[in-house]
Design a protein around this ligand. Sequence first.
Ligand SMILES: NC(=O)C1=CN([C@@H]2O[C@H](COP(=O)(O)OP(=O)(O)OC[C@H]3O[C@@H](n4cnc5c(N)ncnc54)[C@H](O)[C@@H]3O)[C@@H](O)[C@H]2O)C=CC1
Ligand SMILES: Cc1ncc(C(=O)O)c(C(=O)O)c1O
Length: 310
Amino acid sequence: MLKVAVIGLGTMGPGMVARMARGGFEVRAFDTSDAAIDRARVMLPQIGAVLDQLSITPLASGEGAISFHRDLAEAVAGVDLVIENVPERIEVKEEVLRAISPLVAGDCVIASDTSGIPITKLQAFVVNPRRFVGMHWSNPPHIIPMIEVIPGAATAAEVVSFISETIKGLGLIPVLVKKDVPGFVENRVLYALLRECVDLVDQGVIDADALDTCVSWGIGYKLSVIGPMALLDMAGLDIYQSVSGYLNADLCNAATVSDAITSRTAAGRLGMKTGGGIYDYTPERIKELGAERARKLVATRRVLEGRDTP
Ligand SMILES: NC(=O)C1=CN([C@@H]2O[C@H](COP(=O)(O)OP(=O)(O)OC[C@H]3O[C@@H](n4cnc5c(N)ncnc54)[C@H](O)[C@@H]3O)[C@@H](O)[C@H]2O)C=CC1
Ligand SMILES: Cc1ncc(C(=O)O)c(C(=O)O)c1O
């Protein structure tokens, strides 16, 4: 049985912990915050129910044990894989990686769930960079099956294979990112899209809720079935060439973050986690949205996987 430690139990942690335990791994869950540990404990049953709805059943050998830890050395002792999952600030990741690295066995693999900090940069913070790799999950991690695997400059080929096979062994989908570029692939695409969306709202071209409807029921819906490269062939490369010819130069190419975002974060409006961001949320609405989105994502995934033919 693979032994895994997850370091950081915030937005991403509980879903990752539950998904790997469901796959039979022994999972050690660590956070410096008691509140985060308490929250993660509370979330596990509801995450498990979603995994049941996805027909992600425990292996014959049963679900892996989950244990919670406030002592880092205890959390990572004897594990095969450590997943660093702390805030996306390189100074925090450096502190955590430098603390973890001397505590693990020489053959232990350390992976980062970073959204886009180059793995080669993070590799500088561990004793054995050959055993360090990017393992970028997507939110919500217990539902989205695709995980990016990103080698850094020093990552050993066998470590890439190990992580990819571990992901496949969970019934998930590893995608190899061949070059260690900032944002990797998924977030480069996502952030190009988000930059354009925020700009369209900033420019008064469309209201925020109408933009969400436009993208979700337009390209979002389509891309869940037809990938961008395949979409080019469906639309016609001639159409793409013609439209790009006048549109590319007109798209938002801002190198800075919109004031609409920075003004909100400065005011503490971070989104659902603070009760308001682009939209406002009551605690009840957050629960409603969480359940509704999980239900819809589960139903969509079951159809996409061919489990439920409508
Ligand atoms: N939120 C998202 O949609 C996604 C985030 N990611 C990436 O995953 C990582 C974690 O992101 P989130 O879960 O959103 O962060 P978060 O800010 O929600 O949670 C971070 C957790 O780390 C804990 N923490 C802080 N310092 C720590 C330390 N020194 N040792 C142990 N735990 C510590 C905090 O108490 C908190 O529970 C980031 O690198 C992020 O970019 C990846 C995919 C999606
Ligand atoms: C806004 C945003 N930023 C980063 C990520 C990520 O994948 O790291 C996500 C996500 O959906 O996972 C995201 O929505």
